[in-house]
Design a protein around this ligand. Structure first.
Ligand code: GLN
Length: 483
């Protein structure tokens, strides 16, 4: 049961081969056994899950089910969940019970999906390894010496280890795609504005975007179907109809042109990764796709631009955590200033503090033009380069990361090394584009991710191309021997 795709689960439920309560119990049991070794979940909501599963079973009985009804999922712990802790992986929100559900939490619950709990993440989604979480690092189910990736490492590890068949993630600079790549699963970062940000705790609001993480493109399509859509409560939500993603999965990619940006295949790329990615591209060619060399000349500039703009936005977004309105408050403050200072210094971790400092500096008078404005100019030019590329090609194909998952502890004391690992994912967020990471093999038992990048609102095309690839390859079916 644990290995079925979402569609197969829906079929099993519809045909009463098993009930949602049985399915939910099977995953909850697996979580009990395996989660202590992985640390993928921060909160497990067993009794709520069983209640939701019972409700789903009666929907199935009544014939009012959707294809997600009764299917277990999990939410990254930065989506607000009414009555359930929403920690953002931070001591700051360790005691925070959200008073309402995030839009995607509501959407998925209304579709009948059964949430099993909240998954671990880098503190406030800042990180590439899940090691900045207040709740400790997530271990990679393929190799517990390796990081699971970040920031949605808990969701990725949980899906890879069969603790849950699908989960939500958020991607500000790669946080869905990179952990998906490191854990050998499929993860889609939608176009900015496609999925409501309402109730998703903000890191960098101009880039944050929620998306699905699952084992296949088909499963991601089903999840996205229920996550996407206009929401008047998010001012950057786009009023555009949501296509039927599943029905678009049968299209041939014969004759489509895939652009290979030469900067993504340069010296940063691990040679063994390059081999796996080239082999994957051959599969796309066998399916009739054409491949064309392109250039995205500002690729390397994405790192400095991103690591100025996102800390700037974060420094503003995180000012709400002041020890008064939300979360942690220090003991016995002397006065108001002491309360602010100590609450924030005691509750934020190193990486969050580093970014608040960088962001505040970049926005300060005298430095604003030199850093923040410059970074915004680079952002614009980078987005224009992608548009030029999309005049010549339908999709862009690239590695998701330069290397497979690195060892736990190997980069956490060197933030620059950590940031450099994000080189292939950041440009997509700066330009607001959609992209998907799909499994493309392993190197020494550590998975490799192939990234496909689309133009704005190209989710259908991306999911279809990824699905076609998964029809002729079995990388996405490989599973960690585990623990
Ligand atoms: N690794 C990137 C960062 O630390 C991306 C994080 C994200 O997408 N939330 O900012």
């Amino acid at each position: 049961m644990l290995d079925l795709s979402l569609t197969q689960m829906a079929q099993g439920l519809a045909e009463r081969k098993f009930s949602s309560v049985e399915l939910t119990q099977a995953f909850l049991q697996r979580i009990q056994i395996v989660n202590p070794q992985l640390n993928a979940f921060i909160t497990i909501t067993e009794s709520q899950a069983l209640d939701a599963a019972k409700a789903a079973d009666s929907q199935l009985e009544k014939g009012t089910a959707t294809p997600l009804t009764g299917i277990p999922i999990a939410h990254k712990d930065l989506f607000c969940t009414e009555g359930v802790k929403t920690s953002c992986g931070s001591k700051m929100l360790d005691n925070f019970i959200a008073p309402y559900d995030a839009a995607i939490v509501t959407n998925l619950a209304e579709a009948g999906a059964v949430s099993l709990g909240k998954t671990n993440l880098d503190e406030f989604a800042m990180g590439s390894s899940n090691e900045s979480s207040f709740y400790g690092a997530v271990k990679n189910p393929w190799d517990t010496q390796a990081v699971a990736g970040g920031s949605s490492g808990g969701s990725a590890a949980a899906v890879a280890a069969r603790l849950v068949p699908a989960a939500t993630g958020s991607d500000t600079g790669g946080s869905i795609r990179q952990p998906a790549a490191f854990c050998g699963i499929t993860g889609l970062k939608p176009t900015y504005g496609r999925v409501s940000r309402w109730g998703m705790v903000a890191y960098a609001s101009s880039m944050d975007q929620a998306g699905p993480m699952a084992r296949s493109a088909e499963d991601c399509a089903l999840m996205l179907q229920h996550m996407a859509g206009f929401d008047a409560r998010d001012s950057t939500s786009i009023e555009q109809a949501v296509p039927d993603y599943l029905s678009q999965l049968g299209n041939s990619i014969q004759g489509m042109t895939f652009g290979l940006p030469k900067e993504y295949f340069a010296e940063d790329l691990n040679p063994q990764m390059a081999e796996r990615i080239q082999a994957a591209i051959k599969e796309l060619e066998k399916l009739g796709a054409k491949v064309k060399a392109i250039s995205l000349p500002l690729t390397r500039m994405a790192i400095p631009a991103y690591y100025v703009i996102t800390p700037a936005e974060a420094s503003s977004n995180l000012s709400r955590f002041d020890g008064v309105r939300y979360g942690y408050r220090c003991e016995d403050p002397k006065d108001l200033e002491d309360l602010y200072k100590r609450s924030r210094s005691e509750a934020f971790g190193h990486e969050v503090k580093r970014r608040i400092l960088i962001g505040t500096y970049a926005l300060s008078e005298g430095f604003y033009d030199a850093y923040y404005n410059k970074a915004q100019q680079i952002r614009r030019l980078l987005a224009e380069d992608f548009q030029k590329a999309f005049q010549q090609v339908d999709l862009i194909v690239a590695p998701t990361t330069p290397n497979p998952a690195f060892d736990l502890g190997s980069k956490i004391t060197d933030p620059i090394q950590m940031y450099l690992e994000d080189i292939y994912t950041l440009g997509v967020n700066l330009a607001g584009l959609p992209a998907i990471s799909v499994p493309a093999g392993q190197i020494n038992n550590r998975p490799v991710g192939l990234q496909l990048i689309g133009n704005h609102f190209g989710e259908s095309q991306l999911l279809n191309a990824a699905h076609q690839f998964q029809q002729v390859t079995d990388h996405h079916l490989q599973k960690p021997a585990l623990v």
